[in-house]
Design a protein around this ligand. Structure first.
Ligand code: AMP
Ligand code: ZN
Length: 484
């Protein structure tokens, strides 16, 4: 049995599109998860929806996936570059709650958001605070192998000892060093060196603190992902994901310390996938910038979480995407039309894989969907293929049913059950005056055609209106229209 097209993906390591070849029976996949000191904003959620698309594509191709997503509840300094206080402690002081309470409440909201966005649950969500002894052990191995040096502020990874440092980011370390006139950390030999352990300053006792060979303190932020992924997926695994910001620093450091620790000369992880940013007002949507909306804000404004998911999938994960309310409006309208179109086809068959879909889905349309997902997860193309198939009069309802189920196994929009009524709210208000005029003109043309008994022309216009998502009803007072 075939699994369709060869799955190809863009590997940040080497910056090229490659065939995906799993290393074993179970595909290990690790995604950098949230730092739970605040809500995850819509930009963060793009990272998890992107990873979910990868997961769904792997399942589609018949691979068994073991997915791990970490929860950073300790160790992430205010600056990604190891300096400053721990983000969790700053949040606790700000909110006058304990670090534990902060972590718990934001983790819970994160899980709720994942569920609302129909993201498949990971096999494990390890918390960094539960792995500190293993992190200390890991750092001690690196120290024993001569990869580190000690400073009063902690234990540092000596990037000069790791010749391949920066390969993932394609860093020009020398140039970067030249530019780095100011040493942020006293005594740090290179700007690229990073903390494995952050020893607390004398007289400044931290709330989160562990004893270690380097004194009381907290682990460096990068350590947790290496330690927890290796603990839960084995020394080597297939796929590591995260936002593109991680490609330049966090993942570079994860690779350096993991390969130094494993010392087997093998690449630690074979495929590195990075999603581009969700932008707001032309810049990366970020917590620190303030005003970054979260899913609850959209829901409160009357949008369905699936509309946001559709909005994300309407862009390719490696392209920047601008968040605008007009974009969300359009996504909700598209989803409403899609749900209305699919309603008469229900119930949909249960489909998760290409193999299952191939039994009854229209083969030509299925091939287009499979080709789209296999080409580095091209969800915009997949959506277009689905829309085309739904408009294709040559495809039987049975062929369409399996096709919709297949597309949604990859898109995760919940098309089998979405109620168009839940996607209402947006009236014709959001049409531009020009769009409204164009629709009115078509309606008037149709009325004229009917008066002249030109039924073919009238039907053609109705079909055009239908394609625009306009629902037309003839009443004794004349035709009335609304958007579906
Ligand atoms: P954090 O909670 O800041 O550690 O980030 C969690 C995940 O969201 C990471 O994979 C980040 O790379 C990703 N991320 C952060 N901001 C954005 C954004 N504006 N667009 C897409 N991904 C983002
Ligand atoms: Zn990570």
């Amino acid at each position: 049995m075939t699994n369709g097209h060869q799955l190809r993906l863009y590997n940040s390591l080497g910056r090229r599109v490659e065939d995906f070849i799993p290393s074993g029976d179970v595909t290990g996949m690790y995604s950098c998860g949230p730092t739970v000191y605040a809500y995850q904003h819509l930009g963060n959620m793009r990272a998890y929806v992107s990873a979910d698309t990868v997961r769904r594509a792997l399942r589609w191709k018949g691979f068994t996936v073991r997915h791990v997503v970490n929860i950073t509840d300790v160790g992430h300094a205010v600056s990604d570059a190891d300096t400053g206080e721990d983000k969790m402690e700053v949040a606790a002081a700000r909110e006058r709650r304990s670090v534990l309470e902060i972590a718990e409440s934001y983790t819970r909201v994160f899980f709720d958001d994942l569920k609302a966005l129909n993201v498949l649950p990971a096999a494990e969500y390890p918390r960094a605070s539960a792995y500190v002894p293993q992190m200390i052990e890991f750092a001690a191995v690196l120290e024993a192998r001569g990869y580190t040096y000690r400073l009063p502020s902690g234990l540092y990874f000596d990037t000069a000892k790791f010749p391949r440092y920066g390969e993932l980011a394609q860093l020009h370390v020398e140039g970067q060093l030249e530019a780095a006139r100011v040493e942020q950390v006293p005594g740090r030999r290179r700007k690229t060196d990073f903390a494995l352990w952050r020893t607390e300053e004398p007289g400044r006792r931290r709330v989160l603190r562990w004893d270690s060979p380097w004194g009381w303190g907290t682990p460096g932020w990068h350590l947790e992902c290496s330690v927890m992924s290796i603990a839960l997926l084995g020394p080597h695994f297939d796929i590591h994901t995260g936002g593109v910001d991680h490609r330049e620093l966090h993942h570079v450091n994860e690779i350096a310390q993991s390969e130094a620790y494993l010392g087997d000369g093998q690449p630690w992880v074979r495929y590195w996938l990075h999603n581009e940013f969700l932008q707001l007002g032309g810049a990366k949507m970020a917590k620190s910038a303030g005003g970054a909306p979260r899913l609850a804000d959209l829901v409160a404004a009357g949008y369905h979480p699936a509309a946001f998911r559709l909005f994300l999938l309407g862009g390719h994960y490696r392209s920047q995407l601008d968040f605008t309310m007009a974009g969300i409006d359009a996504a909700q309208a598209t989803l409403r039309r899609l749900a209305a179109r699919i309603q008469p086809l229900r119930p949909l068959p249960a489909v998760e894989t290409f193999e299952e879909a191939a039994r009854t889905a229209d083969p030509r349309a299925l091939d287009l969907i499979d080709a789209a997902i296999s080409a580095d997860f091209n969800t915009p193309k997949l959506l277009a293929a689905l829309q085309d198939a739904l408009r294709d009069p040559e495809i039987t309802p049975d062929g369409q049913r399996a096709l919709v189920a297949a597309a949604d196994a990859l898109l995760g929009l919940g098309l089998a059950t979405l109620d168009p009524a839940d996607l209402a709210g947006q009236s014709a208000d959001h049409l531009t005056p020009e769009e409204r005029d164009a629709i009115e003109q078509l309606v008037a043309d149709r009325t004229q055609a009917r008066k002249q008994r030109d039924w073919a022309r009238a039907d053609q216009i109705r079909a055009e209106l239908d394609a625009l998502g306009v629902q037309l009803t003839d009443t004794p007072e004349g035709p009335v229209w609304q958007l579906r």
